[in-house]
Ligand binder design. Structure first.
Ligand code: 5GP
Length: 105
């Protein structure tokens, strides 16, 4: 089944896109839990951290470099947090891996 994030990546449903590379998209969370709440999403549909494969190493590293870039672009380099929710019991609602970036600056 296609995830809601894949539909956003494919422009089938709208969203506020902040940044995009060949393998990653960054969008504003539709229900922000902080003044700035972004989702850093690999275009490859990986369900959870638990589903990572060896071939995903570069992709996951790229997600952190994207976090560094967008935090710098937004001038929040020193004031944000990153987190993953993992599986439904770990508060993950959308089963397409994503890194939350939150800041109240
Ligand atoms: P999770 O709980 O899976 O770690 O986080 C999923 C996040 O995706 C939630 O913070 C939720 O608000 C956000 N979200 C769910 N559906 C959409 C959507 O259609 N568009 C956007 N921009 N964010 C969404």
């Amino acid at each position: 089944m296609t995830s809601i994030f894949t539909k956003i990546i494919n422009r089938e449903i709208p969203s506020e896109i902040v940044y995009e590379t060949n393998d990653i998209i960054v969008i504003k969370d539709i229900n922000p839990k902080a003044k700035i709440h972004l989702l850093i999403i690999p275009k490859k549909e990986i369900e959870t951290i638990d589903h990572l494969e060896e071939d995903d190493r570069d992709l996951i590293a790229n997600m952190f470099f994207v976090a560094k870039k967008v935090s710098s672009d937004l001038w929040i380099t020193w004031w944000y947090k990153l987190h993953f929710n993992v599986w439904k019991a770990g508060w993950q609602e959308v089963m397409h891996l994503h890194l939350h970036l939150l800041s109240n600056m």
